[in-house]
Design a protein around this ligand. Structure first.
Ligand SMILES: Cc1cc2nc3c(=O)[nH]c(=O)nc-3n(C[C@H](O)[C@H](O)[C@H](O)COP(=O)(O)OP(=O)(O)OC[C@H]3O[C@@H](n4cnc5c(N)ncnc54)[C@H](O)[C@@H]3O)c2cc1C
Length: 242
């Protein structure tokens, strides 16, 4: 726990884990961005593409989030989702039929595969050390990560890492995953609020550009929104929201 608290990371590099992954290509495209792992992926130049694609149940079509441009929120009504699941099935069937036609005609696997959908499964061996794995989990278990990769990451965390290195898993949750990082500006604002100086906290927020000068209309500010979320978690209500 001390090592985790003080970011003394090299001991965690001594533990290694190798996973055999099976996941859709679109999820893999996010996964492979984590460069600090050794990877060997199933080759669809050498072998036939895996004849399976990730499918979406009619009540699992997620709606575009209004507040986060790269997120989703809520689900399309079940009835409306049915048509998208039917269309998904048709698309998968067509793509697979065209792929098989190319293969049967003797076309090269490396070219025949080019129109397969991103939902097609791939497989890979993925070897990484505990330090890099925890970094991966911190990013991909987090609420901003896409649901699909978040589900894989959460399962790796709770089903594998928790059993493999229980003390590290607890320390990771306590000091990294559920911990909160405060900027200098946030500490300044919180200190004023805790001292009962609401005007002073407001003035600092103006000074740092999170709020316009008093009296002007308060407009959207990304960093102020993030501060407000942290304050909410700490049970502190900022004066400008009163
Ligand atoms: C919610 C979310 C949204 C994202 N959105 C996008 C997006 O819109 N577009 C996009 O392209 N990517 C996006 N990414 C991917 C992101 O930018 C990273 O590529 C990915 O999360 C891998 O993180 P990493 O580089 O820290 O991990 P790793 O590649 O495993 O690297 C671990 C650490 O090693 C160090 N490191 C590794 N390579 C280098 C290097 N070449 N130079 C310096 N330091 C290095 C860094 O400290 C890095 O943090 C997103 C990721 C998340 C979690």
């Amino acid at each position: 726990r001390y090592l985790m608290r003080h970011r003394h990371t090299t001991p965690f590099e001594m533990c290694e884990l190798k996973l055999h992954l099976r996941l859709p290509m679109d999820c893999w495209r996010q996964w492979i961005r984590h460069r600090t792992a050794s990877v060997n992926e199933y080759s669809t130049r050498y072998s036939l593409a895996i004849d399976a694609a990730q499918t979406t149940a009619s009540d699992q079509w997620r709606l575009q989030a209004s507040s986060n441009r790269q997120g989703s929120e809520g689900f399309l009504e079940h009835d409306k989702g049915k048509i998208f699941s039917v269309r998904e099935h048709e698309l998968h069937e067509l793509a697979r039929t065209v792929y098989n036609e190319r293969i049967e005609a003797g076309l090269a696997r490396e070219q025949a595969r080019k129109d397969l959908p991103l939902s097609t499964y791939t497989e890979a061996y993925w070897k990484t050390n505990l330090h890099n794995l925890l970094h991966f989990l911190a990013l991909r278990m987090e609420s901003h990560a896409q649901l699909e990769i978040r589900t894989y990451a959460s399962t790796i965390g709770s089903e594998i890492v928790r059993r493999w290195v229980p003390m590290v898993w607890d320390a990771f949750n306590d000091y990294m995953f559920h911990a909160m990082e405060l900027s200098k500006q946030e500490i300044d604002i919180i200190s004023r609020l805790q001292a009962g100086d609401a005007d002073g906290a407001w003035d600092i927020a103006v000074q740092y550009g999170f709020l316009p000068p008093k009296g002007e209309t308060i407009k959207f500010n990304l960093e102020r929104g993030e501060i407000e979320k942290k304050l909410e978690q700490l049970g502190i209500r900022p004066p400008w929201l009163e």
